[in-house]
Design a protein around this ligand. Sequence first.
Ligand code: ZN
Ligand code: FE
Length: 257
Amino acid sequence: MKIQRISALSDNYIFLLYDQDSQTAAVVDPAEAKPVLQCLDELGLQLVAIFNTHHHYDHIGANNQLLEHFPRLCIYGGSEDRGRIPGQQVFLKDSDRIEFAKRVGQVFFLPGHTRAHIAYYFPPNSPQDTGELFCGDTLFAGGCGRLFEGTPTQMVNSLTKLRNLPDNTRIWCAHEYTLKNLEFALTIDQDNLALKNRYNQVKELRHQKQATVPSLLKEEKLTNPFLRWDNVAIQSTIGNTDPVRVFAKIRGMKDRF
Ligand code: ZN
Ligand code: FE
């Protein structure tokens, strides 16, 4: 399974998963049809599936148009999103399995950003391989999604599921928010050397107009404040040791940042 990153709208990423043997492709969260169709054309691929993480327009915007082009394609989404995802045919629950290009993906139910959000995780085929996580707007590089329909408790549970994945998991999140996220992270985790280094790298990458997605879970665990509610330095900055309270406080600060 190969993965191609496609830029869409102002800061969205669409991910095209494809298999050269069968000339088939799937897309995660198609915000726009045009760049997807162009990419399929260039690579000579047939679109067979859409994997949606949640119902927001910048994730499902191209569902109908792509369905018109490929009437036999199958549209996947969370079971709680029934009625909110155009063309949805498969209604997924936590731990469900999906198959694409001889890889089996696992579904995580991750309420928080929305009440129905899901992620797709493809475990590595061999120990030196990376796992691939398509996590929509739940976990971002250096940040996490806003709580539109969920509670801090739900989001901490959801992020805990992701934090428990192997370090060598690539985080394919749906937005290029990394620089702003790390700027915020530095305000509450000033003495974190790994964070300072990452900030400098990301600043340089963005200066060269390069993408910072995917990242590795290993670096998220070291630098993303929304996975670090049990870090002693952050807890002391926030003035609390309860994971959910620490998370809620940081999320609130970020909303106003
Ligand atoms: Zn969203
Ligand atoms: Fe989004």
